[in-house]
Ligand binder design. Sequence first.
Ligand code: ADP
Length: 354
Amino acid sequence: MKQRTARRRAELFGLLRAFRDAAVALPDAFVAIDEHQRVLWFNAAAGRLLGLSYPNDLGARLFDVVDIPRMPEWIASGGAEALTEIVAPTDADVHLTLRLIPYAQDHALLLARDVSQMLRVEKVRRDFVANVSHELRTPLTVVHGYLDLIEPEQIPEYEPILRELRNQSRRMTQIVEDLLTLSRLDAEEALPESRVAMRPLMNSLHRDAEGLSRGRHTIVLDMKGDDDLRGSSKDLYSAFSNLVSNAVRYTPTGGRITIGWSSGPRGGRMRVTDTGHGIAQQHLPRLTERFYRVSTSRSRESGGTGLGLSIVKHVLQLHDAHLEIESEVGVGSTFTCVFERNRLLSPEHATEEA
Ligand code: ADP
């Protein structure tokens, strides 16, 4: 019996040591903390990435030995979401993502991963797209400008070709402009903010829709709130315009399009509903990806670039808002921009500020 217990204990110690060795060898930093955020244990990477030193920092309060400004509030609030783009306290060139994993009772594992390489690659990709788009802009403007000088009617034998050239150069220009908009939004952490007066903005969107539709659809404006938004007028207008133009482009003649704004204690909602082609459920999660289209030919025919919803998503993110999409094939779609309460500005404010 005694022998068996001793053997069992040796096995358990062996297993524990193996686990510890594995954790020590991991490239990510691990720090186990108790309910008072005291350091119980950490691996070698925690020394390199977070500056912890063994054995001095064992038992110390985490915030006294690891200097990351946003970390104390993050841990206090439960750290449900990862803390991203953190500069490592040991090296300003190293960027970390932190995660907090609760275990046992009131204990937690702090995980820090070096994401510097990934951020560098991401920056190279962003710069490349921005540079290519920028370089393409001037030659395209020249081509487009010359094409506009030639009247297709003057050269009847080339009329269809000239019209196609004009269409395609317009399309390319739009793609480049959309890519540049996306690059700018990508690089932005916050947008310039001011009061965005919703009533005039919605009236403009209504007029734009009428212009694009040219009488082919019934277009209704539905205002159910007086609040304005706090944000970038230009970017919100561009995001909402994309939704309106999609509704017009993907709704056959005779359809109905409703452009609505509602606001109240639960926040604000800008909504565009159409009775158009609709979208099958499996496409919905991917619609805001760049160049994702349900039907490439339908998008092209209607002058789409495949970047509109991606722009919408970015603009909304920069306004702490998000996009909700409901759709049914053959019935229609509703795109809703959902804004938090703290993004609303009440009309009384307008009088105070005026
Ligand atoms: P595009 O320029 O192709 O319209 P978007 O990013 O604006 O690109 O939209 C992505 C895709 O989502 C479109 O190609 C289309 O398939 C689909 N889509 C967007 N809005 C609607 C809508 N109102 N009704 C049906 N399909 C839509």
